[in-house]
Design a protein around this ligand. Structure first.
Ligand SMILES: *Cc1c(COP(=O)(O)O)cnc(C)c1O
Length: 386
């Protein structure tokens, strides 16, 4: 089946007399009337849920659905994208090692590496993922490569196939955060990733009503992450899993609609005098156009950014005039939202670090929703002015 069909059906096959829609199995524990049977389930000799921190129907269905879309052997869901990153990093690099990471990783991921893993002995080697020579040098003697398929907020595209080869040549596992691209655009496991991580909070759940995370990869890696998630208690709740799974079933249509809208809005924004620059991989002249066309199926994704002349006061004035589009410091929902990296996602960086990444007070991040592209573009045009 093609990915659009799998998105609808993945994770659970209802049998005769079972409900068509997944039920919510809202329990923390399961009844057993046979000690041997419990022993088999608890030791993993036979599949069976016994305690929701370990597993539950809803989290299992959702994990299987994410694995299916990523083309992975196994999947695991967690309480958030951050906990998915934590258990994935610990599964791939259980002992302190140098971690090679992209300089423009999601801000909280950088903070996790610096403030939590740093004091535990992990060394952080930050690189520019476009500079393959410096990535190769940093990989020598390292234990993990951590990348994002598409970065926040400037939509840089990492050449995963090329970077995966550099890592593989040195025996370093590559972990990819595929949150912005989603498996509809890109499946990093096909390009050499050892595991893939998602903030399901964003496009996979897609409705700005749930916080959840997932990872997918080979059974051995996912089993390591699952064992850590059980001990650290980073499990997802059944209801949140049910909501995310419900959202995931429309992922393909949402991503295709929002991707088409993003390109149209990017082109309209690029024609405005007060917009200095639009960052979108498929926009003509983007340095990432070639790699995006090679690496992505069906579009350039639903995220874009632009630099508004006049800096932060101009962004504030635009926000006050926007009618349909809201400011909200997340992304990936059915509604178009904007964020301001300087005050939101990149607030923990110094002004110098932000400038080094190309983020200014006028930089606006946009998560395109599934409204009519014409309405989204018209809202920005009237709010920005001529
Ligand atoms: C939001 C996000 C995260 C963190 O996910 P949460 O669900 O908020 O914990 C990690 N990586 C990327 C790229 C994100 O956008």
């Amino acid at each position: 089946m093609r990915i659009d069909s799998r998105a609808v059906h993945a994770g659970r096959e209802p049998r005769s007399r079972e409900p068509l829609a997944p039920p919510i199995v809202q329990t923390s524990v399961y009844v057993y009337n046979d000690l041997d049977d419990y022993d088999d389930a608890a030791s993993g000799r036979r599949p069976g849920h016994f305690y929701t921190r370990n597993s539950n129907e809803n989290t299992t269905w959702l994990g299987a659905a994410v694995a299916d879309l990523e083309g992975a052997e196994a999947g695991l869901t967690t309480s958030s994208g951050m906990s998915a990153l934590l258990v994935s990093i610990l599964a791939l690099a259980p002992k302190p090692v140098p971690i090679v990471a992209q300089r423009d990783l999601y801000g909280v991921t950088l903070s996790l590496l610096r403030q939590d893993l740093g004091p535990a002995g992990y060394e952080l080697r930050l690189v520019d993922a476009d500079d393959h020579g410096s990535v190769a040098r940093a990989l020598d003697g390292s234990g993990l490569l951590l990348l994002e398929t598409l970065t926040n907020p400037l939509c840089r595209v990492a050449d995963l196939a090329a970077l995966g080869e550099l890592a593989a040549a040195r025996g370093v596992p590559m972990l990819v955060d595929n949150t912005f691209a989603t498996p509809i655009l890109c499946r990093p496991l096909e390009l050499g990733a050892a595991a893939v991580v998602h903030s399901l909070t964003k496009f996979l759940a897609g409705h700005n009503d749930v916080t959840a995370g997932a990872l997918a990869g080979p059974e051995a890696v996912v089993a390591e992450a699952r064992a850590r998630s059980v001990r650290m208690g980073t499990n997802l709740s059944p209801f949140e899993a049910w909501l995310a799974h419900r959202g995931l079933r429309t992922l393909a249509v949402r991503m295709r609609a929002a991707g088409a809208g993003a390109l149209a809005v990017a082109q309209r924004l690029a024609s405005l005098e007060r917009v200095q620059r639009v960052h979108y991989p498929l926009l003509e002249g983007s340095p990432y156009e070639a790699v995006a066309r090679r690496q992505f199926d069906g579009g350039g994704g639903a995220m874009l950014a632009f630099d508004l002349a006049g800096g932060r006061p101009a962004v504030q004035a635009m926000m006050e005039r926007l009618r349909m589009v809201s400011f909200a410091a997340s992304l990936g929902g059915v509604e178009t939202t904007i964020s301001h990296p300087e005050v939101a996602s990149h607030r923990s960086l110094s002004p110098q670090e932000r400038a080094g990444l190309g983020i200014s007070g006028g930089t606006v991040r946009v998560s395109i929703g599934i409204e009519a592209a014409e309405d989204i573009a018209a809202d920005f045009e009237q709010a920005i002015g001529g």
